[in-house]
Each structure stands twice: as C-alpha cells, then as structure tokens.
Design a protein around this ligand. Structure first.
Ligand code: NAD
Length: 246
C-alpha cells in the first residue's frame, strides 16, 4: 500500500508547499491538516489532486489533546496505511523583549509548538505501530540555535524543545525502523511573519542570510520530503538547517 503523508498546518506556508510537492516526490496519498482555515486546506487538497494524488482534509487544534485523538481516529477510518508525519503546525508571538513574555503568551506558544507537536507525534506513533511506520520530520527553526534575543525568545525556546524531542524520539523509534529528523528553517517567505507583527520583516532583514535572500516554502518542503524519502534511508536523529547559511 502506498505511503500516506500527514502534514500538520498543511493549509498555509511550508506545510502547504510540502503537500503540493508530495505527489511529485512519490506520495500518492496526502492528508492536509488544518487548524481553523478549512477553505485554504481544501484548496491545497485540490492542488494535490491535480497532481494525481489522493488528498484528504482533516482539522484539529493541535493544542487540544482531545482534538488530536479525534484527528487520528478520523485518519484511521479514512486512510489506514503506512504513515509519514510532517509535524509542522506552529505559531510565533509578536516581537518582544523579556518584559513582553507574559505567562499567557508563553503558555500558548508552548501549547501549540511543543505540547501540540508532542501529542501529534504520540498519536502518530501509535498509528504507525498499528499500520506500519514511515518517518517523522519535526519543523523546528534556526531560532532554536540563535536564541532570538528581543524578538521571540519564547518561540526560540519552544523550537529548542522540539530539537531535543527529536533526538529522544529518534532514539526510541530507531529499533522499530522509524526515522525521526527535524528541519530548522531560517527566514522563509510565509504569512507567519505578518502574524508575528512584522509585515516588513522580509524587507528589513531579507539581506541578512548569507545566501542573500529569504528562502521559499518550496525549498523547505524539498528538504522535508527528502528526509522522509527512502533516499535518506540512513538518516535519523538529524537536524537539518535550511537557513541560507544563517
Ligand atoms: P504559517 O503561519 O504560514 O503556517 C502555520 C500553519 O500552522 C498554518 O497552517 C496554521 O493553520 C497552523 N497552525 C497554527 N496553529 C495551529 C493550531 N493550534 N492547530 C492546528 N494548526 C495550527 O507559517 P509557516 O512559516 O509555514 O510555519 C510552518 C512551520 O515552520 C512552523 O512550525 C514555524 O514555526 C516554522 N518556521 C517558519 C519559519 C519562517 O520563516 N516562515 C522559520 C522557521 C520555522
């Protein structure tokens, strides 16, 4: 049976680019997961179908464990089979220094980026154990390495947690043949920057990455799908920077 690709946050940005590219990279079945924007997810699914693959759309707030459990129950009913997971859904809070990092803000960032990603992985691995496993790619950020002082230290810390989680999960699953890796995107042109309160961010620091430009969502998608592919069959426990040298 052909492998199934589940992309969380597949309705926009890096997740949507990964869904769109998946048929060309060999996936015949794609599940576009979304948080709130079902319409956008449906549009991505339509593009996946136009590439000749089967596409499904499933919603869940990854920060709500009950919704994540329901997501995998729906997945089991819809499309059982070997699963590859792109743990991509994430948020960034507006730019701010330490004084801006209120408990409410930090809690939400960690609820989505860390608790959500861990619960999605937990349910996905249970699914893999029942239906055969593929691989997992967690989407981190170069912020995990840089720290991002006075910008979004809470976001950076949440991605640091994802890096460490990736290592532990890779260790646990290696004996089962499930490879676990992460990508650390740098400055990538997606809508997340406007949500972070920095609509002019690309214009302001777009020249900063050593490669001289912001990256595209498609460039991150290529790395994600390579890590999940058999061509990366001996790669696990790796964290790949896709940051233009940043
Ligand atoms: P985006 O805002 O375009 O996409 C984020 C996706 O996550 C959306 O589909 C959104 O609906 C989903 N999402 C957010 N909160 C959710 C929730 N509670 N439940 C379910 N879905 C939820 O941003 P993007 O740039 O494509 O980001 C994708 C990933 O890449 C994120 O994890 C982000 O931290 C990471 N990243 C992005 C950049 C960048 O420069 N764009 C850099 C480093 C890391």
């Amino acid at each position: 049976m052909s492998r199934l690709l589940l992309v969380t946050g597949g309705s926009a940005g890096i997740g949507a680019a990964t869904c769109r590219l998946a048929p060309a990279r060999g996936w015949e079945r794609v599940v576009v997961h979304y948080g709130r924007d079902r319409e956008a997810a449906e549009a991505v699914a339509e593009e996946v179908r136009a590439e000749g693959a089967e596409a499904h759309v499933l919603g869940a707030d990854v920060a709500d464990p009950a919704q994540v459990v329901e997501l995998f129950a729906e997945l089991t009913a819809l499309a059982p089979g070997p699963l590859d997971l792109v743990n991509n859904a994430g948020i960034v809070a507006p730019t701010g220094a330490l004084a801006d990092l209120t408990p409410e803000r930090v809690r939400r960032v960690f609820e989505v980026n860390v608790f959500g990603a861990i619960e999605v992985a937990r349910q996905a691995v249970a699914y893999m154990r029942a239906h055969a496993g593929g691989g997992i790619v967690n989407v981190s950020s170069v912020a995990a390495r840089l720290g991002s002082a006075r910008q979004y230290m809470d976001y950076a810390a949440s991605k640091g947690a994802i890096d460490t989680f990736t290592l532990g999960l890779a260790d646990e699953l290696a004996a089962e043949g499930v490879r676990v890796n992460a990508v650390r995107p740098g400055l990538i042109e997606t809508g997340i920057h406007a949500k972070g309160g920095e609509p002019d961010r690309l214009a302001r620091i777009g020249h900063t990455p050593p490669l001289g430009r912001a990256g595209t969502a498609e460039e991150v998608a290529e790395s994600i799908l390579w890590l999940l592919s058999d061509r990366a069959g001996y790669v696990t426990r790796s964290i790949l920077d896709v940051g233009g040298g940043r």
